[in-house]
Design a protein around this ligand. Structure first.
Ligand code: ADP
Length: 220
């Protein structure tokens, strides 16, 4: 008989242009180079509820903020349980899963309009199913994120974008103050170069989820 050890679930969080998708890919390369199977994913998903969320954001369907927050929870439950590439099933098969955003994004972003405790409670419907083994928050200064966004695309209203980034940054700080200890959220300064951040990410992963790179898996 052989035993399959559960995969590890690592989440990257941060405001736009904090470098999440870049570091998700870097970490996945490292995990893969260590001989482990890895799956990259993101929220909102590309599944049916994720599509509804995009539709809601397009402004075509006006919805109460609480409905949008609940859609994100539904999307996350689908992310965990769907038959195509549900996270719970992948982890059960010993595959590591790295996600660009998870429930902390909901807590940070929805709490500009709704009481944070309401958002946390609503999200328990999904976090009761799975909490990350490790959440890495890439802490970038809003001004640095704005510069990165401007080099990527033309911004029509610089002030408005800066305000939006600053509000998200503040809300993340509040969310981490509330949940950081309970949920193993590690903060990394993300103002530096890609390389500097990747080195920090590796150190945090080794420290917080050390067996990610060492654990041997045997499949049934
Ligand atoms: P996010 O997924 O958090 O929005 P990305 O990884 O897509 O961030 O990065 C946003 C933009 O900023 C991309 O053009 C990327 O190449 C650039 N970028 C990411 N990290 C850094 C960094 N540390 N220094 C400079 N530019 C970066």
């Amino acid at each position: 008989m052989s035993i399959t050890t559960r995969g590890r679930f690592i989440v990257f969080e941060g405001i736009d242009a904090s470098g999440k998708s870049t570091q998700v890919n870097r970490l996945a390369e490292m995990v893969s180079a260590a001989g482990r199977k890895v799956h990259i994913t993101a929220e909102p998903t590309t599944g049916p509820i994720g599509s509804l969320i995009r539709q809601a954001f397009s402004g075509r369907t006006p919805l109460d903020d609480r409905v949008i927050a609940a859609l994100f929870v539904a999307d996350r439950i689908d992310h965990l349980t769907n038959e195509r590439d549900g996270i719970l099933e992948l982890l059960g098969r010993g595959i590591d899963v790295i996600s660009d955003r998870y429930y902390l994004s909901s807590v940070a972003y929805h709490s500009s309009d709704i009481d944070m405790n309401w958002v946390v409670r609503a999200n328990e419907l999904s976090t009761d199913l799975l909490l990350p083994d490790l959440t890495i928050y890439l802490d970038v200064a809003p001004a640095v994120a704005l510069r990165r966004l401007q080099s990527r695309a033309q911004q029509t209203d610089k002030f408005e974008v800066f305000e939006r980034l600053s509000a998200a940054h503040n809300n993340y700080e509040r969310a981490i103050e509330l949940l950081g200890t309970r949920d193993n959220i590690q903060v990394i300064s993300a103002d530096g170069t890609l390389e500097e951040i990747a080195v920090e990410v590796q150190a945090v992963v080794n420290r917080s989820a050390g067996d990610v790179f060492q654990q041997a898996i045997s499949t049934v």
